[in-house]
Every structure is written in structure tokens, then in C-alpha cells.
Design a protein around this ligand. Structure first.
Ligand code: NAP
Length: 547
């Protein structure tokens, strides 16, 4: 069973012991004492006490600066430390020594071999030796030679490799090392792109993964907090057959989707054996194609779907036209017709036969959020007059959706040419689509108003895309009132200035959270085949937005 080791930079005996106790409370299995800054000979008795009194079995590591650590001393002191540790009544579970140090110093090798378990050991010793290799810049060119050297060292019980991921594809090599292991192995990628290797270490049977005690105290780039690993990333539920999903975008660090979908996997009846990760991929199509293609091809990864966001919504459509599993035919992939018309898709599903289904749940979510507000079915939108403010990506999906169901749509935009281009693009759909300048909003007489601009979004929460001077007051007709529904696609804040103004004028309102929840719910149901726990989604979003 893959274990969690919380890595702690030791400053004092008391702080190290307290950290180990907290790690145990959080459910960690091991603690790694990083004594880089505490390895002064004067502290050796305290290091021994730290190891003996630790609330968890420990890994003892003194990482030198030349390997990315903070220890500035020489190997002589480290050798003396190893000797001192050998006398501890309760020795560490593991000591970690860099492969390079182990290879170049016969003296260090000899002293290490006296205190660790290995085939030539003459007494009973419980401590295992981790031979480790780190590269904080990229995958080392000689990675496989390093593995080989560790594998063939008789005293090495555990192989540890860590390198900075340059792309999500680095994780796949970490998985391959775990799959091919002949000894217990730790294979981790550092940085944002390496998160998958840390979380999926359990899926691929690593000896352990490292975690931080809290968000501020990591000892390597990209180390998640133990609470994040156990809570957000469902550590205890991960197994060899767990299906993998994620949000593909650039950036994706602040996406709420991992919290929503992972909570959903827990909330459905009997649970769902899935895990959802942030998947950052640089904007260019070539990156998207190479990365998503390699993740789909990785044996045993079970990569079964993704939410796709800016800037990859167009790339996803192209990918579905071009990509097929080895020996397969892209013709077996299916793209939802309206997603093709919109020119953007946000959902990838990998079907059981390996072919892809690609669709757009944004437009459907917006339609259904408005329908729920109006109390009608989608067919009831025919003939309704809808004003859309904005002519970007969200507007494109929403205009197409409403026009497809027969609504008459007027697109208002700061740059009128973009509104005109959008109207022309959807001229052949059942509903009528026309463009108008923003100043004409005050003459409008629509039943539904939809904001598809970022105006009013956090932090500029006092702005509105429909300020008082543009508020609809058509001649001879009623302006905003109980017969009007106003929908803001912005969800942060939930109650935007636009919605507050609309409610004051007596309008019904729909928040961007409704759209967000529905687009996520449609994805969830496609992937899991189970009804989405939308109340759980709403609770997670509200909590994330501080509501
Ligand atoms: P986008 O492609 O960048 O388009 C932005 C649109 O807003 C453009 O038409 C732009 O006008 C207009 N705009 C930007 N700043 C403006 C300003 N200061 N004054 C007037 N108009 C302005 O963005 P998008 O992808 O369509 O996203 C728009 C919004 O939709 C986002 O802010 C997001 O909150 C929301 N959204 C919500 C959900 C959800 O699930 N709730 C999903 C997707 C999007 P120009 O053409 O003149 O530049």
C-alpha cells in the first residue's frame, strides 16, 4: 500500500516532534525529517532524540545544496551523523542518501552499510536505505542509468527519483518507472505539471508519496498539503483501476472544477471510482495534441475524460477530428453538431472502445438555467426575445443555443463588428440573430437579458455591463420589471451589480453559478452515468467563493 510521508524541514527538536505529531493527526503514515539546517554535530543528540520520539516512523534526510537541499556542510559531518543514528534505540525507518554521494565516497558507503539492512548485513537492522536522485530543472538525460545504478546497489532498498516536470508528459515516465520496478520505488515529478505523479503514485504502486504539513511548508515544488491529498484528491479511494479526469486549460491553478467533481465522486450513491486533476497544457495546439494523445495512449492510466477550458476549446474540436488510438480511425470519434457550429467544445469523453465523444455543455447549461428561471422547457424558448451582451466565446455558445431553439437574439457588443460577425455566423439557425451597438440597449424590449462580458467580475464588483444610462426603457413599452429575466454568466461574485440592479427593478434573476453547476453536472453524468449531485456542487462552489 502506497504511504504518505509528510516532509518537515527541522529547525529544532520541539518543532520537529510537534510537526510529526500533527502529520500523524492528519493521517500521514511517515514523516521525513529534513535536517539540512539542523545537522550541526552539537545537535546530534537531539537528532537521535527526534528519531526516537517521533510520533511516526521516519525517513532521515540531510540534503546538500548541490542536490537542491539546504545543507552546506561536508560529507564528513554527514558520516558522523549516520554513525550517531546507528546507535539510536529506535532507529529511523529509512535514511535517504543521494546516489551521487553514495557512488563517489567509499567511506560514506561503508558507514551507511553499517546502519542499514542489506543482504550482507550481519546483525538485525530495520532501517532501509533510500538512494535518491533529484533534478530541479528537468528530466536528467541519464535518468535510466541512475535507476540502473540504484537497482544494482545491494544495500539500496528503495529507489527514489524526482525531477522537474516540463510538461504533463513527464508524469507518464514516472508511471512507467513504477510499473517496471524491481525494488520499491518513488518516482515523482516536481512543479505544477508534476502533481499527477504525486497523487497517482498510489494508482501505480509507489512505495510512498511526499506531502507537506500545510500549504506553506512544502520542501519541494508542487508538494500538496497532506490534507489536500487526502481531502481534495481522494487519496484513500485511489486504486489501480481508478478512472482519471481533469480540467485542461492554461492556467488551471485556480479552477474550482477539481473540488466540484471530486466531491461529486464521493457524493453519488456507492461513490464513483474516479479522480479529477488540474491539467495545465500550454496554449498551442501541438502541445494539446501531444499531451492529450500521450495520456490517452498510456496503458493503465485510465484517462477517461476532461473539462476543457480557455485556451483549448477550439483545440479540442480539431483534436477529435485528427486523433485516434494506435491503429484506430478518427472517423469513430463523434463531435456534437452544435459544438461544431459554435466552433468550441468544453467536454471530452473517452468511450469504452477508446473513441472520443466531444461536446459543449456551456450552451446547454445556459439554456437550462434560463429555462428553469422562466419555468419553461427548451421548446418554450421559441419566439422569446433575448438580448446578449458581449460577443466573445461564451456569447458564441449562448447565442447559438438560443437561436437553435427558435429565440430571437439581439447581440450587443462594445465592438459592433464582432457582434455582426456573430449574427452572420448563426444566420441560418431557426431563431433570428441580429447585432446592435451597446448604446441601443436602452431602446431594447427583451424578455431575457444575458451578460456574456467580464464586466462586474471580481475585483471590479461595482461595475455593470448595463449601467443606469443603458437600462432598457423602450418608448411606449414597459422597461425592466417582473416580466424580465436577467442572467449574469459571471459567478464571482455570485450576486453581481447587474443582478442586484435587476432585482431592484423587479426582474427575476439567474446567477452564473447556475450555469457553472449545470455545465459541470452534464459532464459528470456523461462520465459516470450517474445523476450529478448538484447540491454538493453548489455547496462546494459557494464555499470556494466565500459565500
Ligand atoms: P471573451 O471571449 O474574452 O469575450 C469577452 C466579451 O466581453 C467580448 O465581447 C468583449 O468585447 C466584452 N468585454 C470585455 N471587456 C469589456 C468591457 N470593459 N466593456 C464592455 N465589453 C467588454 O470572454 P468569454 O470567454 O466570452 O467569457 C465572458 C464571461 O463569461 C467571463 O467573464 C465569464 O465570467 C463568463 N463565463 C461563465 C461561465 C459559467 O459557467 N458561468 C462559463 C463561461 C464563461 P469586445 O468584443 O469589444 O472585446
Amino acid at each position: 500500500m502506497t504511504r504518505i510521508a509528510v516532509s518537515v524541514m527541522v529547525q529544532s527538536l520541539e518543532q520537529g516532534l510537534a510537526a510529526a505529531a500533527r502529520a500523524a493527526e492528519h493521517g500521514a503514515d511517515l514523516v521525513e525529517f529534513r535536517i539540512d539546517q539542523f545537522a550541526d554535530p552539537a545537535n546530534f543528540p537531539q537528532v537521535v532524540e527526534l528519531v526516537e520520539k517521533s510520533a511516526l516512523p521516519c525517513i532521515l534526510t540531510c540534503r546538500p545544496t548541490w542536490e537542491g537541499g539546504l545543507y552546506e556542510g561536508d560529507d564528513q559531518t554527514r558520516i558522523a551523523l549516520i554513525e550517531a543514528i546507528g546507535l539510536a534505540k529506535r532507529p529511523p525507518a529509512y535514511i535517504d542518501v543521494e546516489l551521487l554521494a553514495y557512488q563517489r565516497s567509499a567511506n560514506l558507503r561503508q558507514k551507511v552499510e553499517l546502519v542499514v539492512d542489506h543482504p550482507g548485513q550481519v546483525r538485525r537492522v530495520d532501517t532501509g536505505l533510500i538512494l535518491s536522485s533529484h533534478d530541479f530543472t528537468a528530466r536528467p538525460a541519464d535518468l535510466l542509468q541512475r535507476v540502473e545504478a540504484m537497482a544494482s546497489a545491494p544495500a539500496c532498498r528503495v529507489i527514489k527519483l524526482a525531477w522537474k516536470a516540463r510538461s504533463l508528459r513527464d508524469n507518464l515516465e514516472a508511471f512507467e518507472l513504477l510499473k517496471a520496478r524491481h525494488k520499491p520505488t518513488i518516482a515523482l515529478c516536481m512543479g505544477e505539471e508534476g502533481l499527477a505523479s504525486r497523487v497517482l503514485a498510489k494508482k501505480f504502486g509507489a512505495l510512498l508519496t511526499f506531502a507537506a504539513l500545510d500549504a506553506q511548508s512544502g520542501t519541494a515544488p508542487g508538494q500538496p498539503a497532506v490534507s489536500t491529498l487526502k481531502g481534495l484528491y481522494r487519496w484513500d479511494k485511489i486504486g489501480p483501476r481508478t478512472k482519471i479526469y481533469g480540467v485542461i486549460g492554461h492556467p488551471v491553478g485556480h479552477s474550482m472544477s477539481p473540488a466540484i467533481h471530486n466531491a461529486g465522486f464521493d457524493a453519488v450513491e456507492n461513490g464513483f471510482d474516479g479522480l479529477y486533476l488540474p491539467l495545465p497544457i500550454p496554449p498551442e495546439y501541438e502541445h494539446f495534441k501531444a499531451t492529450v494523445g500521450s495520456w490517452l495512449d498510456e496503458p493503465g492510466l485510465d484517462f477517461r475524460g476532461a473539462s476543457v477550458t480557455i485556451p483549448h476549446k477550439e483545440n479540442l474540436l480539431r483534436f477529435a477530428r485528427e486523433w485516434a488510438p494506435a491503429g484506430g480511425d478518427p472517423g469513430r470519434n463523434t463531435v456534437e453538431k452544435l459544438a461544431e457550429r459554435i466552433g468550441a467544445a468544453n467536454t471530452l469523453q473517452v468511450r469504452d472502445d477508446g473513441s472520443l465523444y466531444v461536446c459543449n455543455t456551456d450552451y446547454a447549461a445556459a439554456l437550462d438555467a434560463v429555462c428553469a428561471g422562466l419555468g419553461v422547457e427548451r421548446a418554450g424558448l421559441a419566439g422569446k426575445r433575448v438580448a446578449v451582451v458581449g460577443a466573445g466565446g461564451a456569447a458564441r455558445a449562448i447565442v447559438a443555443g438560443f437561436a437553435q431553439y427558435g429565440a430571437s437574439v439581439v447581440v450587443y457588443n462594445r465592438t459592433i463588428e464582432k457582434a455582426q460577425a456573430l449574427a452572420e455566423r448563426f444566420a441560418d439557425l431557426p431563431g433570428k440573430v441580429v447585432a446592435a451597438a451597446m448604446e441601443k440597449l436602452c431602446d431594447s424590449c427583451c424578455e431575457v437579458y444575458i451578460n456574456c462580458t467580464p464586466v462586474g467580475m471580481h475585483p471590479k464588483v461595482d461595475e455593470s455591463p448595463i449601467p443606469p444610462e443603458l437600462r432598457p426603457r423602450p418608448k411606449g413599452k414597459e422597461g425592466w420589471g417582473p416580466g424580465t429575466l436577467v442572467f449574469d454568466t459571471i459567478y464571482n461574485p455570485v450576486q453581481t451589480r447587474l443582478l442586484r440592479d435587476a432585482r431592484e427593478a423587479g426582474c427575476r434573476t439567474v446567477t452564473g453559478v447556475e450555469m457553472f453547476v449545470r455545465q459541470a453536472a452534464a459532464q459528470f453524468e456523461l462520465w459516470t452515468g450517474k445523476p450529478a449531485p448538484t447540491e454538493t456542487f453548489r455547496t462546494v462552489i459557494t464555499r470556494k467563493l466565500g459565500g
